[in-house]
Design a protein around this ligand. Structure first.
Ligand SMILES: Cc1cc2nc3c(=O)[nH]c(=O)nc-3n(C[C@H](O)[C@H](O)[C@H](O)COP(=O)(O)O)c2cc1C
Length: 387
């Protein structure tokens, strides 16, 4: 297993993940779309927000706990849905979910994951959220929603920012297509990354075959022919009525994931959502979108007093999380950061990524003169965009 004790930050884990994964898989995880403006801007936006710390306060008893949907979690982060952890490491979704549970934070399973929601619930447990991509056939989506309810998932995150697929040109260059097919480019790529070939792909093949979308209804899986990377879910006819329909069919917490406009946040709440995830999908969908951290203040102002506001995209440092909490977020989703960790060392790597956030958030709070998350307020920030 790769060393993780010399990974001092998330960028170190990223470097190690890059070395272990085939290029097509690493870039699938790491990159954005088109000119990657949104991807870069997600990081640059954090640099534009400066901290204005307070000093000489007793910060010896720090508590990083935060409450979401009335439940306390140990840290102000949760695992974002990615549908890729299972390809980072053998049974990577289970490993990542276990690391989340051990750290006392929620884990979100993606519709496109290769581990079934029932398996995650019975073998791991903890606070589980489910991400939903609607299928063309809404009845099939309701089957999935029912399964999530029966498996005890607390929240449903309906992704609303992918009416069509984002334009990922590097996938074509790398020979990575959906559905996945082997060709000379990606085969050579896999063969030159033996740790991933034998440690991840080989173990799947040795224990029952190629990964497939375990959460897809059986009828749809048959129709698609199974296999990793099969889509069949894009839905450019989705409207607010669909959210309302889900509200009528889902008794748990309901969130719209992928909102950047305050009026859409209002509409989500008006149509039954219990919260929104302010997100540009980590820069993986529409390029040139504003950074979610820049969209956050207006959305908090519009709906923060009456609903849960979660944010994601580009979070790599504890200071990023502290800034989001100071701007009024209830918690932060992390996507790639824990995927890099999982790719490097399964459970241990995922746990290391979470630990890095924990240490950095704690250190930042101490240096800002804060002992609890509710002390993180806009007064801590020097930020031109606060309205
Ligand atoms: C490889 C990968 C796959 C993803 N798959 C999904 C998905 O299936 N559904 C979804 O709503 N978001 C998906 N996302 C977006 C994440 O949920 C999250 O919004 C994003 O990763 C946050 O940005 P970050 O990676 O910079 O933390 C995916 C992200 C990555 C990196």
């Amino acid at each position: 297993m790769a060393r993780i004790d010399d990974a001092y930050n998330i960028f170190d884990l990223r470097d190690k993940a890059k070395a272990r994964l085939p290029k097509w898989l690493f870039e699938f995880v790491d990159r954005g779309t088109e000119d990657e403006v949104a991807l870069r801007n997600n990081r640059e936006a954090f640099e534009r927000i400066k901290l204005k710390p307070r000093v000489l306060r007793d910060v010896s008893g720090r508590n990083l706990a935060t409450t979401v949907f009335g439940k306390q979690h140990k840290l102000p982060i949760a695992i974002a849905p990615t549908g890729a952890a299972g390809m980072m490491w053998y049974q990577g979704e289970l490993e990542l979910a276990r690391a989340a549970k051990a750290a006392g934070i929620p884990f979100t399973l993606a519709t496109g994951s290769i581990t079934s929601m029932e398996k995650i619930a019975t073998e791991v447990g903890g606070t589980l959220w489910m991400q939903l991509y609607m299928f063309q056939d809404r009845k099939l989506s309701l089957e999935l929603v029912k399964r999530a309810e029966n498996a005890g998932f607390e929240a449903l995150l309906v992704t609303v920012d992918t009416a069509v697929s984002g334009n990922r040109e590097y996938n074509h260059r790398n020979g990575f297509s959906v559905p996945f097919t082997y060709n000379s480019r990606n085969t050579l790529d896999v063969l030159t990354h033996p740790r991933w070939l034998f440690g991840t792909l080989g173990r799947y093949i040795a224990t029952g075959g190629m990964p497939r979308h375990e959460n897809y209804p059986e009828s749809l899986r048959k129709q698609l022919g199974g296999g990793f990377g099969q889509a069949g879910r894009r839905n450019d006819s989705l409207t607010w009525d669909d959210l309302k329909m889900l509200r009528d069919n889902w008794p748990g917490k309901l969130l719209a994931k992928g909102v950047l406009h305050p009026e859409d946040a209002e509409l989500a709440i008006a149509n039954g959502a219990d919260g929104v995830v302010v997100s540009n999908h980590g820069g993986r969908c529409l390029d040139a979108t504003m950074a979610p951290i820049d969209a956050l203040p207006a959305i908090v102002k519009a709906v923060g007093h009456k609903t849960t506001v979660i944010v994601d995209s580009g979070f790599r440092r504890g200071t990023d999380v502290v800034k989001a909490m100071a701007l009024g977020a209830d918690t932060v989703l992390v996507g790639r950061s824990t995927l890099y960790g999982t790719a490097v060392a399964g459970y241990d790597g995922a746990a290391r990524a979470i630990q890095i956030f924990q240490e950095e958030i704690g250190r930042t709070m101490a240096l800002c003169g804060c002992t609890s998350i509710d002390q993180l307020t806009p007064e801590l920030l020097e930020y031109a965009k606060i309205s």
